[in-house]
Design a binder for this molecule. Structure first.
Ligand code: MOS
Length: 721
């Protein structure tokens, strides 16, 4: 167990004592409670909601459905709220508000539904003819070609060609989605745990056709997100806001755990055809990676699953493609290393097969195929620490001394080892930050991004404290409110990379203002000094070249008794001169029970190179979280649709398996020092990096233990027996 000395979370005491108010807990007088009416069928049309039997029920206040929602302006992410068409089982058909939650639920259950039903598509295999090339969030083209992969495969010394399948997964943050909303005249306040307060504000303002200034969205604490607290939740939130407007009372809606299985996104199912070609020395001569994945009939979403194969390794001939198939199932969304996790499962499993066929050590095979630049974007790397990750993790793991395949055991367990590479691209969004110092030299940092539990309060507070040479306990951080300066979406491992340069910019501005005050003030020991020569450290402002100094608190109390504020901003440039990724190498040891088919991860050693680490304690914790999620994807998580009804089977946390403490191995995680001067503040982002790679490492270790190649996730008992 690694103990890191970096600061503990600023908000830790608030959270462990229950004083941190999550948005669902926002108190409001006279609040109504909401419950959703959901479709029992997977495809058809809502002909009507017969509210007559419900209007006289205890507590009933109002109902909102597509008919009432015609009052909202159309908006593509919200299409469902204004439609009578039914696209998937569980789709909300209406929202009832009542005096208590129990009354709202009773009313929702009692509404007779008039439906017309049509045959539903409940599996990708039923609708392959609808396959089309998706838009990959506008970030990547859906297909790519470099060189001639077909010709290179035909001429290759070795071809490894397989199909890989990955299951639907759900995110399942501890805190379900919720909203508490209220109108004050023509202004609405929306308390909701969301990864995107500013996007939420834009869509609410558009839907209700009011200026953005009349919408305030608040999301101060969140019990996790993992990609499902983005826009997918907005349709049902909009109905709650409409119900609040119609009744003139605050409304509260909280999703149930079962509703998290179909209303807020999922990791899409994939079927991946991958072919790798090698020369006799183990150098990749060809990659062909074709991905087929699920999307819904009411929206387009696809992960960028094959994009990793375009650039992770040096290979002259690469073809990739994505297709999606529409089914009457929930719409997918980004989830924990979207695309990269399923994509590297295929790529890194195939690399292991190639290593075996070529009799080359799996680490050595990857080293031989290291890409010294981004061949896909035709740019240099900003930095690429992959080779150092292999070397460090292999050493820590004891890779060189591992037993021969199939030879290790421990009691009833057959023991095997495996490894894989991990990678995640660096993303950034524009960010603005405001800092205010008061007469007691206490600093307030404000930014309208949101912390979904990863520790942004602390990371931002640390940077600000460092920027002024003061202690963390002098700093307060406010996040998660659209009244604050606009910050990035929380996701894609981009928040710290986005805000760090903005905070550093704001602190430079604040230091410059304070320095000007000091050198211009006859009462200061620094009077007449060169403002650019002043240093802020240890609570002092001092001359860099001389001995003069005074305390920051004295300077502020004397020269800025009203306090002083400064602002900072950072915007990613349109065209990046280099390609930036975080990298990792993950090594695992598994035990496989050959009689029961049980697979357990016994040991996990990983090394990551992902730029500057602001807080090693929190970063370590994020890697543990990411790797644990990866174990879930590899061994546990699987959402099944009943093919006859289109309904989710086992929509609860007893049936949807996730790794528990007993499933977690000892983690040995090394964070390599990486100085990347090409990136603003040297930050790359780490959240997703731990979530990819480990799936293939586990499958490769299972093969090492029992000689079975498992090419689908999760790995099931029957796959290893
Ligand atoms: Mo993330 S999967 O963008 O929360």
């Amino acid at each position: 167990m690694t103990v890191h000395q970096s600061p503990v979370r600023l908000e830790a005491a608030l959270k462990v004592t229950g004083r941190a108010v999550y948005e669902a807990e926002t108190p409001m007088a006279g609040m109504l409670h909401a419950a959703l009416i959901q479709s029992p069928i997977a495809k058809g049309r809502l002909l009507g909601l017969d509210m007559e039997p419900v209007r006289g029920m205890p507590g009933f206040a109002d109902v909102v459905s597509h008919a009432e929602a015609q009052a909202l302006a159309p908006s593509p992410p919200l299409a469902l709220v204004r439609e009578s068409a039914i696209h998937f089982a569980g789709q909300p058909l209406g929202l009832v508000v009542a005096e208590t939650l129990q009354e709202a639920e009773a009313c929702a259950r009692a509404v007779p539904l008039e439906l017309s039903s049509e045959p539903a598509v409940t599996a990708m295999s039923q609708a392959l003819d609808t396959a089309f090339a998706p838009d990959l969030a506008g970030r990547y083209p859906p297909s790519s070609q470099r060189g001639d992969a077909a010709a290179a495969l035909a001429a290759a010394h070795l071809v490894v060609r397989n199909r890989y399948d990955t299951a639907v997964n759900n995110h399942h943050p501890m805190e379900p989605h919720s909203v508490v909303c209220a109108w004050e005249g023509d202004r609405v306040v929306v308390h909701t745990g969301t990864q995107a307060i500013f996007l939420t504000r834009r869509i609410v303002a558009h839907s209700f056709q009011i200026p953005m200034e009349q919408v305030r969205v608040v999301s101060r604490f969140m019990g996790g997100g993992f990609g499902c607290k983005g826009p997918l939740w907005l349709p049902w939130l909009m109905w709650a806001i409409l119900a609040s407007q119609r009744t003139g009372r605050p409304v509260r809606l909280e999703l149930t755990r079962a509703q998290l299985f179909n209303l807020v996104g999922r990791r899409q199912e994939t079927v991946q055809d991958l072919a790798l070609g090698f020369d006799a020395d183990g150098r990749l001569t060809a990659i062909d990676h074709q991905v087929l994945a699920q999307t819904a009939t009411h929206g387009d979403y696809s992960d960028a699953t094959a994009t990793t194969a375009r650039s992770l390794y040096g290979c002259a001939n690469v073809t990739t493609g994505h297709l999606v198939v529409r089914t009457n199932e929930p719409l997918p969304a980004p989830m924990r290393a979207p695309g990269v996790a399923p994509g590297t499962f295929a790529l890194e499993s195939a690399m292991d097969e190639a290593a075996e066929a070529l009799s080359i050590d799996p680490v050595e095979l990857r080293v031989r195929n290291y890409a010294d630049r981004d061949l896909d974007a035709d740019k240099p790397w900003s930095s690429n620490g992959l080779l150092a990750c292999y070397a460090t993790a292999a050493e820590q793991f004891g890779w060189a001394g591992r037993p021969a395949p199939g030879k290790a055991s421990d009691g009833r367990w057959r023991v095997g080892v495996g490894m894989a590479s991990s990678v995640y691209p660096v993303h950034r969004q524009p960010c603005r930050v405001k800092v205010l110092i008061d007469a007691d030299a206490r600093l307030l940092v404000q930014c309208g991004t949101q912390d979904f539990g990863q520790g942004l309060y602390t990371a931002m507070g640390q940077l600000a404290a460092d920027g002024l040479g003061i202690d963390m306990d002098q700093v307060r951080v406010e996040l998660g409110d659209t009244d604050l300066p606009e910050g990035p979406f929380t996701g894609g491992s981009m928040v710290t990379a986005s805000f760090a340069p903005a905070v550093e910019d704001a602190m430079a501005d604040l230091r410059a203002r304070l320095a000007e005050l000091a050198v211009a003030d006859e009462a200061s020991p620094l009077a007449g000094a060169d403002a650019s020569d002043l240093i802020f450290a240890g609570g002092l402002v001092r001359s860099g070249s001389g001995n003069a100094a005074e305390s920051l608190a004295d300077l502020v109390a004397r020269c800025a008794p009203e306090g002083l504020e400064a602002e900072g901003a950072a915007t990613p440039p349109e065209a990046q001169p280099s390609s930036a990724n975080g990298y990792g190498a993950v090594f695992v040891e598994v035990g496989v029970d050959p009689d029961l088919g049980e697979v357990r991860v016994r040991r996990c050693v990983a090394a990551f190179a992902a730029g500057r680490i602001l807080n090693a304690r929190m970063a370590h914790s994020q890697y543990v979280g990411g790797l644990t999620g990866g174990i879930g994807m590899a061994l546990h998580e699987h959402v099944d649709t009943d093919k006859a009804t289109g309904r989710i089977v086992g929509d609860n946390l007893a049936d949807y398996l996730i790794p528990t403490h007993a499933d977690m191995p000892e983690f040995d995680i090394t964070m390599l020092d990486e100085d990347d001067p090409l990136l603003p503040s040297g930050i790359k982002g780490i959240g997703m990096l731990g979530s990819a790679g480990i799936q293939a490492a586990i499958a490769n270790a299972v093969h090492d233990a029992v000689g079975r190649r498992v090419r689908r996730l999760p790995i099931r008992i029957e796959d290893v027996l």
